[in-house]
Design a binder for this molecule. Structure first.
Ligand code: ACO
Length: 326
């Protein structure tokens, strides 16, 4: 069967940096609390007139450039986001138009922080079975638009950004396997309650800040390590891979303590095998692992022949782990 791999990657981070010192002026919090509990020092915040599709398009253009391809070479567009420009049309359709791509299938997926892994997996399958040749997968989020800036337990965590990848046939390496999952019974742990058909927007929903992210952080924390470790096993075991065989883990950047615990559970040295950028960007949901993967490629941390594990979990709950040989 044809091998499908990544032909090019790109990322976009908004210019505006919001530091922990800035947050200290806005809320009852400290740099010390945020750094010790989360590992985050600063995050990027999109401009008011900058929507998710604007960031997505910037990341996508760089991914196309790196792949030495033009928008018309793309046969499929998938955008992973929980902060679409609007309910519909999908952000993927907006991106298609802004890029000047052909009238190819374009759709969003809503799986929170697991979006990049779900998107890559879907694109891999659709290229293998659906007659498409090259796909553009973008993970983009403007979480600042759905953050309650008076709620210190959540607003210090999130940031905005976008990462993109162009997928297509490769001679060597490529995606070796993926494992996806979801557990809807724990959906209440992380949600944005209002604005949908269950609780349409009203003056009351706005007054009660129900259009912002609600999270039971400490309960989620306990599930996160096990979920990410189990997802890693679900993808590595069938491929006969052990912790030592993985050259680099690109985890969803939710919390430094979760990631160090994951490394311990997998029996790998976090200093050597874990790619971390949470310090600079916070949690950008689906965009986190996309930006981290892109940075690792751009900085040369990922080398030809390396075995990479991308491992994510998020609201839904959802999770996904994917192995790619570079
Ligand atoms: N500054 C100062 N104090 C704070 C802050 C803050 N920013 N936020 C909370 N506190 C206080 C709390 O009020 C609490 O005080 P109390 O003991 O007097 O009640 C105390 O700190 C401890 O609060 P906890 O919530 O128990 O702190 P915890 O150590 O669990 O850290 C955190 C919170 C960082 C949110 C952690 O639970 C976490 O990272 N959870 C996982 C988040 C996650 O992975 N989410 C999923 C992905 S996100 C997505 O899908 C979009």
């Amino acid at each position: 069967m044809t091998k499908i791999g990544i032909l090019g990657v790109g990322k976009y981070l908004p210019e505006n940096v919001l530091t922990n010192a800035d947050l200290e002026k806005m809320l009852d919090t400290t740099d010390e609390w945020i750094v010790t509990r989360t590992g985050i020092k600063e995050r990027r915040i999109a401009a008011e007139n900058e929507a998710t599709s604007d960031m997505a398009v910037k990341a996508a253009k760089l991914a196309l450039k790196n792949a030495k391809l033009e928008p018309e070479d793309i046969d499929l567009i998938i955008v992973a986001t929980i902060t679409p420009d609007m309910f519909f049309p999908s952000t993927a359709c907006v991106v298609q138009q802004k890029l000047g791509a052909r009238k190819v299938p374009a759709f969003d997926i809503s799986v929170a922080c697991s979006g990049y892994v779900y998107g890559l997996t879907l694109a891999d399958s659709l290229i293998k079975t659906g007659g498409y040749k090259r796909a553009l997968v973008i993970a983009a989020e403007k979480l600042s638009a759905v953050t309650d800036w008076e709620e210190r337990s959540t607003c210090v965590l999130f940031g905005d950004g976008a990462g993109a990848a162009v997928l297509g046939p490769v001679e060597e390496g490529g995606i070796l396997g993926a494992a996806l999952g979801a557990d809807g019974s724990k959906g209440d742990l992380l949600q944005l309650p209002a604005g949908g058909s269950r609780m349409p927007a009203s003056i009351k929903t706005v007054e009660n800040k129900l259009h912002t992210i609600k999270m039971e952080g400490n309960v989620l924390f306990k599930h996160a390590v096990k979920i990410m470790a189990d997802a890693a096993l679900a993808v590595t075991e069938p491929l006969g891979l052990k912790g030592d065989d993985i050259d680099l883990i690109i985890p969803h950047q939710a919390n430094i303590r979760i990631l160090k615990a994951l490394a311990k559970r997998m029996g790998v040295d976090p200093e050597k095998k874990l790619y971390l950028n949470i310090e600079k960007y916070g949690n950008m949901s689906a965009a986190s692992s996309a930006v981290a993967f892109t940075e690792a490629v751009e900085s040369g941390r990922i080398k030809k022949g390396d075995i990479i594990l991308i491992d994510a979990f998020g609201g839904g709950l959802t999770w996904g782990a994917l192995i790619i040989k570079w």
